[in-house]
Design a protein around this ligand. Sequence first.
Ligand code: PMP
Length: 382
Amino acid sequence: RIYLDWNATAPVLPEVREAMVEALGAVHGNASSIHREGQAARAVVERARRAVARAVGAPAQAVVLTAGATESNNQVLRQHARQTTDPFIVCTVVEHPSVLETVRALEKQGVRVALWPVDSKGRLQKGWLKEQLNAGATLVSVMWANNEIGNIYDIAAIGAEVQAAGATFHVDGTQALGRIPMDFASSHIDYMTLSFHKMGGPKGIGAIVTREGLIVEALLTGGHQERGRRPGTENVPAAAGLEAAARALGTQLDTWREALGERRHSFIEALQSQIEGMELRGDTEHQLLNTLNVAFEGVDGEDLLLAIDLEGISASSGSACTAGSLEPSHVVLAMGFDEPSARRSVRLSFGPHTPMDDLERAASIIAAVVTRLRAMGVNSPV
Ligand code: PMP
């Protein structure tokens, strides 16, 4: 099979699998126990914390381990609403549901909320943030890179603006990991939330990285794990995998970027040379190298995905968290496309280890399926 859904989740890196299997066998202690087994487990967790910090340019004490980016996003946003008088949260309209739905839930509780609009390429509307900051925005949440259209946002510049206004800056860095260089320290970020499973790390573990002096308040009640910031017995095998993923990122990012660049170039060329009426969506000038959001004139995205699945290709129409809801992507709708047009969007996401041959073959299969669907008249209204 050809797996083109890395933005949903990536195949686990061999070194991650090895580290996890090793930890599952050899490290059975509870990281909070004081005996030797406990200390061995504690060492794994602390090594993971240091590796995550190093991978994103942050001090180790700034990292709180959680069960993934969804939890991290909830924790940061809910904590802000709780701790702030007159909270006013601003986030982009293209955020992941773990941000958007949290913000919507907070709005129902009386928190003021505004969504930053985007243009037809998914670029953030200029000048809009300034108005909100002047109107008293207390927290601004912007993803480093978008999971559906792959747009990369200018985090350092937005961060500088947010910081100058004295507001809190939250960045969801999940899709940027392993794909673009990320320097936490120089990007004016207060809280960054992460999950490593889109780049070959384990699922079900993530992190919150905080600027010095800021404290993460526990979302749950329970024990004193993670210095009281995240109760619950630490997931030691996942922490071992997290460390391996973060280390790989530290040493291989440049190689991965080169591999992604080559793959992107040849994949686009192969698709364009075989298919007419193909539209590349998103800000192709500032886009993750591994992500293509494409629409084929006259072809419904769901129809295409089902047909290519039968031919051995796995891809998706958008966020895995909304897949199955049969709703068109909120990101593509926010870009101003009408419903039938939004339904034509298909996300093809790959990784540095995706064989070049797979992409060549995928392009030919997609071309044949598009031709067939067009001929059958299984069309969405153009
Ligand atoms: N943020 C973004 C941008 C994502 O792509 C995802 C995963 N779909 C998440 C948050 C949620 O991460 P997790 O699966 O670790 O909860």
